[in-house]
Design a protein around this ligand. Structure first.
Ligand SMILES: NC(=O)c1ncn([C@@H]2O[C@H](COP(=O)(O)O)[C@@H](O)[C@H]2O)c1NC=O
Length: 513
């Protein structure tokens, strides 16, 4: 199909003059809406105003400009249908072969903190998506372009095809156009749903934009890409900036996300080392350097090849310690120039910065299962939110309370069944992802070894019987924090009392899968 007539109507005017010029030089007649027309005219390119085509002025603050049979008839008419072509002639409608549209900046509007609801509504584009959909439906005859990044290819393909675009390209453009309008509407739906407070509506219409292609997925034979949720929390792995190092992998992104989740729990300087989505060492201290040292000492074996998150700036001294071991990623709010200099000696090491200002933002989490998706609130419940009770004869000392808090903050981030052994400022044993709780405890106890005397234990869920408490007490654990709520809680309480262990019930479970 020869491209004779094009309609250009864009909010983002990037590259529109150059495109208009090239189309015009190729003999394509241009029609356009107000602002786009002015931009094209200013570049000295001939263009017809939309009102000359429709016979109506643009009206109602631009709410009605292109919504007219002279436009939509020209876009939707099947060129092979004698009936459609007769209708065009009868109503003096000229076919439109190419549509270049991008939409009112709805996202940019609602991202502005001072934007009102009325402004948001006014930035819902109606005429643009209508044209995109008409053209995309009729892609057999019409080409639709929604992304300035495609202008160059359109021009070169028109040149190569002597004014025609291939059917294959038109179909690709149409698919992209439907993705574009679907994503645009998904964001409007999200905004309106948030305004009306329906958090789990009857349909889930989230949209994500591709952030980067990944070399592969969890394993090299799996394809993968990383998508970003528009308007997501600033404190998110999708919003990090990479300062140096190899390209992030699929597993890196998951691990870095888990690492950030751990350090977000702490107001004091904290460092978490992650392996396979589980914390292998977490330290808190007066400085990030101190916290890193403790996270390192927590498990100096597993940290090898680990992902490190810090909730404070990494300085030169901390960087020097980090440099001594093999790490995959260091993620922090910032790095001093000295730290950058030190770590530049490890060019493969990925350094990421993350903004912690939104650390408490609540986001829904979506995970997929075959044939569906599970959506839930993030587990943001913190130690401070929990009302604890003490069922044992002995109450935890103040020092034990600080230790229990440390262990509890970490156990929330360990895959279930999870057991964390900790002192006041570091983990000393982590049992993760076990099929029975006592098994997780045994792994943690073995790892803690001689450091266990006087330390505490946290369990992500209640003990089904007294065996875990007994194993911990015999190994030297002095206090335990757990949700409680088992039918056989009394067995655990009796075991704790037998060994003089203090126990805290939180009433809150922290499963993580
Ligand atoms: N109402 C309409 O008929 C209509 N037709 C096109 N638009 C949009 O108007 C914008 C371009 O306007 P201008 O050329 O005046 O800058 C484009 O984003 C386009 O999608 C419309 N605006 C909103 O719905």
């Amino acid at each position: 199909m020869m491209t004779k007539r094009a309609l250009l109507s864009v909010s983002d005017k990037t590259g529109i003059e150059a495109l208009a010029e090239q189309l015009s030089n190729a003999g394509v007649k241009l029609i356009s809406t107000g602002g786009t027309k002015r931009a094209i005219e200013a570049a000295g390119i001939p263009v017809t105003g939309i009102e000359e085509v429709t016979g109506f002025p643009e009206m109602m603050d631009g709410r009605v400009k292109t919504l007219h049979p002279r436009i939509h008839g020209g876009l939707l008419a099947l060129r092979e249908s004698a009936e459609h072509m007769r209708a065009l002639r009868e109503h003096e409608i000229e076919p439109i072969d190419l549509v270049v549209v991008n939409l009112y900046p709805f996202q940019a509007t609602i991202e502005r903190p001072d934007a009102t609801f009325d402004e948001a509504i006014e930035n819902i584009d109606i005429g643009g998506p209508s044209m995109i959909r008409s053209a995309a439906k009729n892609h057999e005859s019409v080409a639709v372009v929604v992304d300035p990044a495609d202008y160059g290819r359109v021009v070169s393909e028109l040149k190569d095809g002597d004014g025609e675009l291939t059917a294959e390209f038109r179909r690709k453009l149409a698919a992209k156009a439907f993705r574009h309008t679907a994503s645009y509407d998904a964001l409007i739906a999200q905004y309106m749903t948030e305004q009306t407070g329906d958090e789990y509506p009857e349909t889930l219409t989230v949209t994500y934009n591709k952030k980067q292609s990944l070399r592969y997925g969890e394993n090299p034979h799996q394809q993968a890409a990383f998508y970003e949720r528009p308007m997501g929390s600033r404190t998110s792995i999708a919003r990090t900036e990479q300062l140096q190092g190899k390209e992030l992998s699929y597993n890196n992104i998951n691990d870095a996300d888990a690492a950030v989740g751990v350090v977000k729990e702490f107001t004091r300087p904290a460092v978490a080392a992650i392996k396979h989505m589980n914390p292998c060492g977490v330290g808190i201290g007066d400085t990030v350097e101190d916290a890193f040292q403790k996270a390192y000492e927590a498990d100096p074996v597993s940290i090898f090849g680990g992902i490190i998150a810090c909730n404070g700036e990494v300085d030169g001294a901390t960087a020097a310690r980090m440099k001594e071991i093999f790490l995959e990623i260091v993620i922090a709010p910032s790095f001093t120039d000295e730290a950058r200099e030190v770590l530049s000696a490890k060019p493969n090491l990925r350094l990421l910065t993350i903004n912690f200002t939104d650390a408490q933002a609540m986001e829904q989490r979506i995970s997929t299962v075959s044939g569906g998706a599970l959506v839930q609130d993030t587990d943001t419940l913190s130690f401070e939110d929990v009302e604890t009770t003490i069922p044992t004869k002995r109450k935890p000392t103040e020092e034990e309370m600080r230790q229990l808090e440390m262990a509890w903050k970490v156990v929330k981030h360990v895959k279930s069944n999870a057991i964390v052994l900790a002192t006041e400022d570091r983990t000393i044993g982590v049992g993760a992802g076990q099929m029975n709780r006592v098994g997780a405890a045994k792994i943690a106890i073995e790892q803690a070894a001689s450091r266990i005397e006087g330390a505490v234990m946290a369990s992500d869920a209640f003990f089904p019987m007294g065996d875990t408490v007994e194993a911990a007490a015999q190994a030297g654990i002095r206090a335990i924090i757990q949700p409680g709520g088992s039918k056989r809680d009394q067995e655990s309480i009796d075991k704790a009392d037998e060994y003089g262990v203090a126990m805290l019930f939180t009433g809150v479970r922290h499963f993580k899968h």
